[in-house]
Design a protein around this ligand. Structure first.
Ligand code: 5HY
Length: 244
């Protein structure tokens, strides 16, 4: 099977790192195609970035349909464009926040999200509500790390994230941690070993969920809400996105 891992930001180093994590857990028969859009923000740290990352993300999903992709991972914790992508895709489309929260909800009575900037906390809470995870999500904690600080060699990011995870376990009543950024994927195993609780990275959780659904021959429902977009002609800069 072929699963397309889409990093909606345009930082290739992040795409490469999350691809390594995904390929490390992929089944032998799974090809992981990892891409970033050719246009958009270098990091997604708020609603405006999220909105303007979506066109490039959707272009990659449309290309994926031509490439015969069986499923898609939207590898950004805001799950940008998730439902629009489901209109374009035949196969499953899974967001990393969605996957990580659901995984945590069956492993622990409650979890905390540890994310980057405080301004993205509201987005994570909104997703928890959208996914029916309010009763499990005990807190969303910000490290105040910029997304690209996670890519900076020698930064104090690891220590900062570990410290916030410890606070979450001590103060939130949480028994699992959800990593609130795709850029944290390569820290997951080390954090779990150190903390001794389930630490869930959404990139690998979403990848394995996609594999399971494709193996079960389960695709996105096309009867109504996620049917293909209605044909119409867009004008201006977005003309190329016209649903045909
Ligand atoms: C992510 N931003 O996973 C999110 C994390 C965040 O560029 N990749 C990004 O801070 O919302």
């Amino acid at each position: 099977m072929r699963i397309k891992l889409i990093n909606p930001n345009t930082t290739q180093g992040m795409t490469d790192a999350m691809a390594r994590c995904a390929r490390a857990v992929a089944s032998p028969g799974t090809e992981v195609m990892a891409v970033s859009p050719t246009m958009g923000p270098p990091s997604i740290e708020g609603h405006y970035d999220d909105a303007l990352a979506t066109p490039g993300l959707l272009m990659e999903v449309a290309r994926g349909e031509q490439e015969g992709c069986d499923a898609y991972v939207i590898a950004c914790f805001g799950d940008p464009g998730l439902y629009a992508a489901r209109e374009l895709a035949r196969g499953p489309v899974i967001g990393i926040a969605e996957a990580a929260m659901h995984a945590a909800s069956v492993l622990a009575p409650g979890f905390s999200v540890v994310t980057t900037l405080g301004r993205t906390r509201g987005l994570a809470w909104h997703l928890a509500q959208r996914y029916g995870m309010e009763r499990f999500c005990r807190n969303v904690r910000a490290t105040e790390l910029a997304v690209l600080e996670l890519e900076t060699p020698g930064s104090a990011a690891r220590a900062t994230i570990l410290e916030e995870c410890r606070r979450a376990l001590d103060e939130d009543g949480s028994e699992a941690i959800v990593l609130g950024c795709a850029g944290m994927a390569d820290l997951c195993a080390e954090l779990q070993d150190t903390l001794g609780v389930p630490v869930i990275d959404g990139v690998t959780a979403a990848l394995k969920w996609c594999e399971a659904l494709v193996t079960l021959k389960l695709n996105t429902a096309k009867r109504g809400e996620f049917a293909r977009p209605l044909a119409k002609r867009y004008v201006g800069e977005l003309a190329a996105f016209s649903p045909l």
